[in-house]
Design a protein around this ligand. Structure first.
Ligand SMILES: Cc1ncc(COP(=O)(O)O)c(C=O)c1O
Length: 394
């Protein structure tokens, strides 16, 4: 039978990352391509402990029944203190909805606000699944240039005037893919400019707790006087992706709309996951973060030291102060997409940077994930890539 795919989906291609994962399944490849937490940081013992008596402690209804779409009261209570303590955000019950991962928040923003033909502004480069979601809603992603401070504010204002976007999507702390962090002033100005033009902001913040050095920076949401900012925090990187738990913080009118969006998507997030995350925030999170940050810092340091040792000097990059990625580029016109498969054949994978740009191009860029490989794999993999490029290949 010939399947007639909807207009919405027929031009949406699988995420480049997913296809690369399929390629990597063929065996023994060192991968710097994904964005997965280190297996050794996944809190298996603590979660096993919570799960062991979860039903006798909370009861069958609380654990195994459908739950309110907005989220469990016991999790929302923990989220309120988590947001205040870790993110500097004061949220009341009416400002929060529990989501099945931060990705669901990006989807709901589009589902709720975006019509066919609309424009969404994104930082250039941006998280590639966001590009895929925007495409699914038949909207156009337009990139805003960035600089060392964060977004190029003149370009932001110009693009707001030209494109009248539905919202701006941004990952301002240890961004994906660049690992960069916007300055406080930049965040303040983004809040001001978008409020002035009545443009919403989707601030996606899965990485800010994974900080190796420097002071924490307030979120854009902290400067949100007109309530045009929707803020997302996820527990995938700081507890475990399998929890599929995140929270959106926004004006109650937006939360109400997300509630309607979620009813038709998945009814509610998993009750068991919500209880586990609530217990974990209450009893384990502070200590867990203290344990995992040095692990990630060591991996970051290893990757940076190996880049210095093995990569040609024409490779430019910034050392990230946190998160999971090193972003870099060659200052000549090397095509890192074209040589990707050859390098996979040598046993190592990175992510070609072109996938993160709404208009493609930038083929001399790459994203290197340091969180998932072991220290030995980082040395081996970076050496292989470095030798490939040092050998004059392109
Ligand atoms: C910037 C960004 N947003 C959202 C997500 C999705 O995370 P979640 O597991 O919370 O859906 C990721 C995952 O890598 C990410 O990097």
């Amino acid at each position: 039978m010939e399947y007639e795919i909807s207009d919405k989906l027929k031009n949406v291609h699988g995420s480049a990352i997913r296809e690369i994962f399929d390629l990597l399944k063929r065996g023994n490849i060192i991968s710097f391509a994904g964005g997965m937490p280190a297996t050794q940081t996944l809190p298996s013992k603590q979660i096993e402990g919570i799960l062991q008596n979860i039903i006798s402690k909370y009861g069958v209804i609380e654990c195994l029944q459908y739950e309110s779409t907005l989220g469990k009261a016991l999790l929302l209570e923990q989220l309120k203190s988590f947001l205040a303590e870790y993110k500097g955000i004061n949220a009341e019950l009416q400002n929060m909805i529990v989501l099945s991962g931060g990705q669901q928040g990006i989807e709901f923003m589009c589902k709720t606000f975006v019509n066919k033909g609309d424009t969404v502004l994104v930082e250039n480069p941006t998280y590639l699944s966001t590009l895929q979601i925007i495409q699914t809603y038949e909207a156009k992603a337009v990139g805003v240039s960035s600089n060392n401070e964060g977004l190029d504010l003149a370009d932001l204002e110009e693009k707001i005037k030209t494109h009248k976007p539905k919202f701006l999507y941004t990952v301002p702390t240890f961004g994906n893919p660049t690992g960069g962090t916007y300055s406080i002033e930049n965040r303040q100005k983004i809040a001001e400019i978008t409020a002035r033009y009545g443009v919403m902001v989707l601030e996606d913040d899965p990485y800010s707790q994974i900080r190796f050095e420097g002071e924490a920076v307030p979120s854009i949401k902290c400067f949100d006087k007109s309530e045009n900012v929707v803020y997302l925090a996820s527990f995938s990187k700081i507890i475990a992706p399998a929890m599929r738990i995140a929270v959106a913080v926004a004006n109650p009118a937006i939360i109400g709309r997300f509630n309607i969006s979620k009813q038709s998507t998945d009814v509610c997030s998993s009750s068991i996951s919500q209880i586990v995350v609530a217990e974990f925030i209450k009893n384990n999170l502070a200590e867990h973060l203290k344990n995992i940050i040095p692990i990630y810092k060591e991996k970051r340091d290893q990757m940076v030291n190996c880049i210095e040792k093995y990569f040609p000097k024409s490779f430019k990059y910034q050392v990230p102060n946190g998160g999971m990625f090193v972003w870099g580029y060659f200052d000549n016109e090397r095509d890192l997409l074209a040589c990707f498969k050859e390098i996979v054949d040598l046993g190592v994978a990175y992510l070609p940077g072109t996938h993160f740009f709404p208009d493609g191009g930038w083929k001399n860029t790459m994203r290197l994930n340091f969180s998932n490989a072991t220290l030995e794999q980082i040395e081996k993999g970076i050496k292989i890539i470095g030798e490939y490029f040092e050998g004059g290949n392109k």
